[in-house]
Write a protein that binds this ligand. Structure first.
Ligand SMILES: NC(=O)c1ccc[n+]([C@@H]2O[C@H](COP(=O)([O-])OP(=O)(O)OC[C@H]3O[C@@H](n4cnc5c(N)ncnc54)[C@H](OP(=O)(O)O)[C@@H]3O)[C@@H](O)[C@H]2O)c1
Length: 248
């Protein structure tokens, strides 16, 4: 399979879950890939799973200077970039009343601010044409108890996706689309505080018409499509992949 042959791709948050699976699919489709992550053990594991041809870089999304440095590193290695999957993100599902300024700021820094400024740094590096895929969430399109601040970060991501097409499509040939996954079985849910974990997971499962969480592969396949030239007429799409969660 070579749907991404000769494509140079960056995946943020490529050391775990959806990003790691997408990196594997990109490689299988012939792309050259750089991934980022932050946790040393996950970086080591990803290096083993992805092999020596993939640069696995430690780039903390809370560090804006590091986002600019990442764009320079991508330029040094690849010259320019055909695909960016801006996927790194964190969740923090909890009762609305229990958020504080620190928890709110952490979510918005990693899920929104870092995406915003990384994209800004990547503009001079992105090829014309190129494809950018953002990882939003079905929670941006629905009303789930305990999603609140997390859902708001993903609403911002979906809004940026649409608005960046106005900034970048005509001027730079950058197509921007998003995937909005429903609940996908990844380590993302490990971060739910222990005291809320059961209630949050039970609530999530009960709401999915297909009766199960999705698999990372089921999102990665969609990202491959949006990244590839097969989707060359697709602009501003926000592909909800959620086992029917938001349609009922
Ligand atoms: N799983 C779901 O149900 C679901 C649903 C909708 C949307 N999403 C979105 O999908 C994306 C990937 O999530 P996932 O489910 O695959 O979760 P995951 O397995 O926890 O992966 C998250 C990725 O983001 C990276 N990351 C986290 N904080 C970071 C930081 N400060 N700086 C740089 N990288 C950081 C992680 O790096 P390390 O592993 O190195 O820490 C990891 O590679 C997120 O944006 C999430 O919001 C997930």
């Amino acid at each position: 399979m070579s749907r991404l042959a000769n494509k140079r791709a960056l995946i943020t948050g490529g050391t775990s879950g959806i990003g790691l699976e997408t990196a594997k699919q990109f490689l299988a489709e012939g792309a050259q890939v750089i991934v980022t992550g932050v946790t040393p053990a996950h970086i080591e594991k990803a290096r083993i799973e992805l092999g020596n041809d993939v640069a696995v870089l430690q780039v903390d999304a809370v560090d804006l200077a590091a986002q600019q440095e990442l764009a320079r590193t991508v330029q040094d290695r690849f010259g320019s970039l055909d695909i960016a999957f801006l996927n790194a993100g964190v969740s923090d599902w909890r009762p609305f009343e229990t958020h504080d300024e620190a928890s709110f700021d952490r979510l918005f820094t990693i899920n929104v601010k870092s995406v915003f400024f990384l994209m800004q740094s990547l503009v001079p590096v992105l090829a014309n044409p190129s494809s950018v895929v953002l990882n939003s969430s079905a929670s941006a399109h629905s009303a789930a108890a305990t999603a609140n601040a997390y859902a708001a970060t993903k609403g911002a991501v979906s809004a940026l996706m649409r608005s960046w097409n106005a900034d970048l499509l005509g001027s730079h040939g950058v197509r921007v689309n998003a995937v909005s996954p429903g609940p996908i079985a990844t380590p993302l849910y490990d971060s739910i505080p222990a005291e809320y974990h059961q209630v949050v997971m039970d609530g999530i499962r009960a709401d999915i018409p297909l009766g199960r969480l999705g698999e990372a592969e089921e999102i990665a396949k969609a990202v491959v499509y949006l990244a590839s030239d097969e989707s060359r007429f697709t602009v501003g799409a926000d592909l909800v992949i959620d086992g029917g969660l938001t349609v009922f």
